[in-house]
Design a protein. Structure first.
Length: 406
């Protein structure tokens, strides 16, 4: 039996908000007979507060939980977040040096400095280190702070840390092909690499829908266009509000826009909807995963809505969108994902930040139920083939066990 550390600053535990990717990875390793430590932070990233450690002590997991202190932050792009991750990296180094008797370390990047701490410790110990690349820093931050010369200087430490992590990796898991290939952009290396989409557990998604389908009430003549996720800088919710206004002016009054989630721009966008008298746009707020599943399945169209400069590729919500079996309108400019939308046939691509273009796309699909049905069936098929974690995450286990020599 091998001992594995899975290190992440962002994981949803019982009674919390957020994503469960790394919990699923831990459970998979444990089910395969490995001893697993999930090393995470005292700070809950999605709720922006310290965790309820007393509650956590009463919960049961297939793996051991180990916590490092992190002071926390209020915004995703924030100087306090940089400081918070620096503290976490320091605490992680001390924890690993004190009790880090592992055979393999699996860690997410970003945060770059936390991943680098894990990578350097693995190298020092002579054990394999797998980098799980699920975002690109500093590339993603340039969307918010893109000032010639200054941004280059400001983000250089993040760039340097990322390159060091990539250099020390024994294997790479990317949540998209783009992310999988990023570690090899400046340095060609012969190490294992795989794309494993964030995905979801279809059984859990379907159970959530069944549990909540009666409480999520939809009018008989309503056509729902929905978005689920963060309401922040990268996500083009503004254009959804304006597109709703365009459709209302065209006299299509039964199309309802449902915005599920929360974030720093919610209040501003609610104000925009009110100012435009877009009363057919509802900001539902954060809903639990099982209830979100019911909203998505009851929707008629789902929008993967990003601004033009957003650096994201194949994001977490895609697995849930596909699981719902509904057609998708995509504005993300990632060439990889745009190609996938077209080739796999589950939606259409449009140009971001174009309210008329989005309204046109919604109206076209609204008037073509047969096309919607075909796209929806294809979406569910792709979810089952490529995004269902019990199947897709086997590639992660396979890589880990090969590096362990099993």
């Amino acid at each position: 039996m091998s001992k594995i550390a899975v290190i992440t600053m962002g994981v949803r535990l019982d009674h919390e908000q957020g994503y469960t990717r790394f919990r699923s990875i831990c459970e998979m390793f444990a089910d395969a007979g490995h001893e697993v430590d999930l090393i995470t932070t005292t700070f809950q990233h999605w709720e922006k507060r310290q965790r309820d450690m007393e509650q956590i002590r009463h919960d049961k997991y297939k793996f051991r939980l180990r916590f490092i202190y992190e002071p926390g932050y209020k915004k995703n792009i924030d100087l306090r977040r940089i400081f918070s991750h620096k503290v976490a990296a320091t605490k992680l180094r001390k924890l690993l040096e004190r009790t880090g008797d592992y055979d393999l370390i699996y860690a997410e990047i970003p945060p770059n400095n936390v991943a680098l701490t894990a990578a350097e410790y693995a190298y020092k110990r002579g054990i394999p280190f797998i980098a799980d690349v699920n975002d690109l820093w500093p590339e993603a931050m340039r969307m918010v702070i893109d000032i010639p010369v200054l941004s280059t200087v400001l983000f250089y430490p993040l760039q340097r840390e990322a390159e060091k992590v990539y250099k020390l990796a024994s294997g790479v898991i990317g949540t998209s092909d783009e992310y999988r290939e990023r570690p090899f952009l400046r340095r060609k290396r012969d190490i294992p690499k795989k794309t494993v989409y964030v995905g979801n557990e279809l059984q859990v998604f379907d159970e959530g829908f069944e549990k909540n389908k009666d409480s999520v009430v939809k009018g008989a003549d309503e056509f729902w266009v929905s978005y689920a996720g963060t309401i922040g800088t990268s996500y083009d919710i503004r254009t959804m509000v304006l597109a709703a206004e365009v459709l209302k002016k065209r006299g299509i009054t039964n199309i309802r826009f449902k915005i599920l989630g929360d974030g720093p721009m919610r209040e501003e966008l609610e104000g925009l909807a009110e100012a435009r008298k877009a009363d057919h746009v509802e900001f539902v707020g954060y809903v639990a995963y099982d209830r979100m599943a019911a909203y998505l399945v009851k929707s008629d169209l789902l929008v993967n809505s990003f601004v033009r400069k957003a650096p994201q590729s194949i994001v977490t919500k895609i697995g849930d969108y596909l699981a719902a079996g509904k057609p998708m309108i995509n504005t993300c400019m990632s060439p990889e994902f745009r190609n996938k939308v077209e080739q796999d046939g589950f939606g259409i691509n449009i140009i971001p930040e174009d309210a008329k273009g989005l309204a046109d796309a919604v109206e076209a699909l609204y008037k073509d139920p047969e096309r919607c049905r075909e796209m929806g069936e294809r979406a569910r098929q792709i979810a089952e083939e490529q995004f269902d974690r019990p199947k897709s995450y086997r590639e992660i286990l396979k890589m880990a066990e090969e590096l362990l020599g099993r």
